[in-house]
Design a protein around this ligand. Structure first.
Ligand code: CP
Ligand code: NVA
Length: 317
C-alpha cells in the first residue's frame, strides 16, 4: 500500500479544528512548565523563519523556541535573499524543503503563503500576513486560558480596525475556542464578510458566537477580555492620518474598561501606540496581561511546531 502523508500547514486560524486547537494549547502549557524537556528538532534540524516585514516578538520567539526544541533557527530577511523579485515562491519552496524541517513566513499576501504551502512537503506557518496572524492568537488564547481558567463561554471584544489581520484572527480562533467574539469598528472598517461567515459557521459548532458593532461602549459592556491593535498596520503607513481620525472613538481607555466585567483583562499583540489605540493607564495598569501574552508567543509556537512535525510524520493512508 502506498503511504501518503498529507502535509499540514498553519496558514489561518481555522486550519485546525477545535480539538486540535485545544491539543496545541495543552502542549503549550506542558512546554511552558518544562521549557527544555521537549526536543522534537533534535539532530539538530533547521527551521527557516523568513521576514518580508519587520518584527521583534515573532523573530525572537521563533528563534528562541526553535533552539529550545533542539533545533537551529535560520532567520532570513527577504531583502537579503533571492525570494521576492528575483526568485519565485514555488522555486524557493522546493529548495527550502530539501534542507529544513519547516518554513515560517511573515509576508504580505495570504495567496503567497498558500503558494508556498502548495509547493512544499514541509509544514508552512503564517507568522503574520495582511489577512491573519494565527500564531499571535495561539498565544492570546493561552494567556486567556491562564487568566480565566477556560476559553469556552468567555466574551472577548476587539476594538479598532475590524478589517485587519488581528481582527480576522480573533474572529476565527475565538469561534474555534467556543468564545463569544465581538468586533467594534467604524462602518468603513468592518471585517471581511467571508471571514465573518466562516467564524459564524464555526461558532455554530462550538457554542460560540460572533457579533459586529459600531458602538464601542455597547461592545465593551460585560466583556471578559478587551483587546486592541495598532490603527496603522504594516503596509498602511500612507493612510496614517485618515486612520487616526477614524478610530479615535475606539481607543481602549478607563471609561471603556469600566463597562466591561469587573475582572476583565486587557490584551494587545504589541507593538502598542500609547495614547492612540490604548491609553497608558490601561496598558500599564493592573488588568493588562500584555507581557504574559508576549511571553506566550514562545510557548504557543513551540507547541505548534512540535504538533505540526508530529502530525506530518503520521501517515494518513
Ligand atoms: N505581535 C507581533 O507579532 O509582534 P512583532 O511584530 O514584533 O513580531
Ligand atoms: N496589525 C498589525 C499587527 C502587528 C503585530 C500589523 O499587521 O502591523
Amino acid at each position: 500500500m502506498k503511504t501518503i502523508t498529507a502535509t499540514r500547514h498553519f496558514l489561518r486560524d481555522d486550519d485546525i479544528t477545535p480539538a486540535e486547537q485545544a491539543e496545541i494549547l495543552d502542549l503549550a502549557v506542558a512546554m511552558k512548565a518544562d521549557r527544555f524537556g521537549h526536543q522534537p528538532l533534535a539532530g539538530p534540524q533547521t527551521v527557516a523563519v523568513v521576514f518580508d516585514k519587520t518584527s521583534t516578538r515573532t523573530r525572537v520567539s521563533f528563534a528562541v523556541g526553535i533552539a529550545d526544541l533542539g533545533g537551529v533557527p535560520l532567520i532570513i530577511d527577504s531583502q537579503s535573499s533571492q525570494l521576492g523579485g528575483k526568485e519565485s515562491v514555488a522555486d524557493t519552496a522546493r529548495v527550502l524543503e530539501r534542507m529544513v524541517a519547516a518554513i515560517v513566513w511573515r509576508t504580505y499576501s495570504q495567496a503567497g503563503l498558500e503558494e508556498m504551502a502548495a509547493g512544499t512537503t514541509v509544514p508552512v506557518v503564517n507568522a503574520l500576513s495582511d489577512d491573519f496572524h494565527p500564531c499571535q492568537l495561539l498565544a492570546d488564547l493561552l494567556t486567556i486560558r491562564e487568566q480565566r481558567g477556560s476559553l469556552a463561554g468567555q466574551t472577548l471584544t476587539y476594538f479598532g480596525d475590524g478589517a485587519n489581520n488581528m481582527s480576522h484572527s480573533y474572529l476565527l480562533a475565538c469561534a474555534t475556542a467556543g468564545m463569544h467574539v465581538r468586533v467594534a469598528a467604524p462602518a468603513d472598517y468592518q471585517p471581511s464578510s467571508r471571514v465573518v461567515d466562516r467564524a459564524r459557521a464555526i461558532a455554530g459548532t462550538t457554542g460560540g458566537s460572533v457579533e459586529l458593532f459600531t458602538d464601542p461602549r455597547a461592545a465593551a459592556t460585560g466583556a471578559d477580555v478587551l483587546v486592541t491593535d495598532t490603527w496603522v498596520s504594516m503596509g498602511q503607513e500612507a493612510e496614517k492620518a485618515s486612520r487616526q481620525a477614524a478610530f479615535g472613538e475606539y481607543r481602549v481607555d478607563a471609561a471603556l474598561m469600566s463597562v466591561a466585567a469587573s475582572d476583565a483583562i486587557f490584551l494587545h499583540c504589541l507593538p502598542a501606540y500609547r495614547g492612540y489605540e490604548v491609553t497608558e493607564d490601561v496598558i500599564d495598569g493592573p488588568r493588562s496581561v500584555v507581557w504574559d501574552e508576549a511571553e506566550n508567543r514562545l510557548h504557543a509556537q513551540k507547541a505548534l511546531l512540535a504538533w505540526l512535525l508530529a502530525k506530518n510524520k503520521t501517515p494518513v493512508e
